[in-house]
Design a protein around this ligand. Structure first.
Ligand SMILES: [Zn+2]
Ligand SMILES: [Zn+2]
Length: 127
C-alpha cells in the first residue's frame, strides 16, 4: 500500500488506491484497501488530509510532539506537508488553553505556481 502511494507521487485518495489495487489483484475487497492506509496513518508513516480526503506519505519521519501542518492548494487540492514544528506547537498550545487537542492542521492556499518548491523559513511568502 505504501508503495502504491509512493508510485502516486506520495499522495492518493482511497478510491484511487482501490483502483490501483484492483489492477494488481482484481479480487481484492474494498474494505481491505480502505483499512490499509488507516493502519499506515496509525503507524505515523502516512497522514490523512481531511480537506481533500487523501492520504499523503510523511516526508519527515515520526512526529514526536505535534501533528502535521499541511498546506492544501484550494485550486488543485495539492497537499504539501509543511515542516514547521514551531507553528504546530503554537497552535497546539493555544488549543490546549481552550481544553482542546489538535491532531493536525490544514491551511488552504493557492499553490499551483509554487508547487515545485517546499516553503522554507517562517512563512509561505510567494503568495
Ligand atoms: Zn509528517
Ligand atoms: Zn494547485
Amino acid at each position: 500500500m505504501l508503495e502504491l502511494l509512493l508510485a502516486r507521487d506520495g499522495a492518493g485518495k482511497a478510491y484511487d488506491l482501490l483502483a490501483d489495487m484492483r489492477a494488481l489483484n482484481p479480487g481484492v475487497a474494498p474494505m481491505t484497501v480502505y483499512r490499509a492506509p488507516e493502519f499506515l496513518v496509525e503507524q505515523g508513516l502516512v497522514h490523512k488530509v481531511a480537506a481533500t480526503s487523501s492520504f499523503v506519505v510523511c516526508k519527515h519521519g515520526p512526529h514526536p510532539h505535534n501533528d502535521p501542518v499541511f498546506l492544501v492548494c484550494g485550486r488543485c487540492g495539492d497537499a504539501t506537508e509543511w515542516d514547521n514544528l514551531a507553528l504546530g506547537d503554537q497552535v497546539e498550545q493555544a488549543l490546549a488553553g481552550l481544553g482542546l487537542d489538535a491532531y493536525g492542521m490544514e491551511i488552504l492556499w493557492i499553490a499551483c505556481a509554487a508547487r515545485r518548491r517546499m516553503p522554507s523559513g517562517d512563512s509561505p511568502s510567494e503568495m
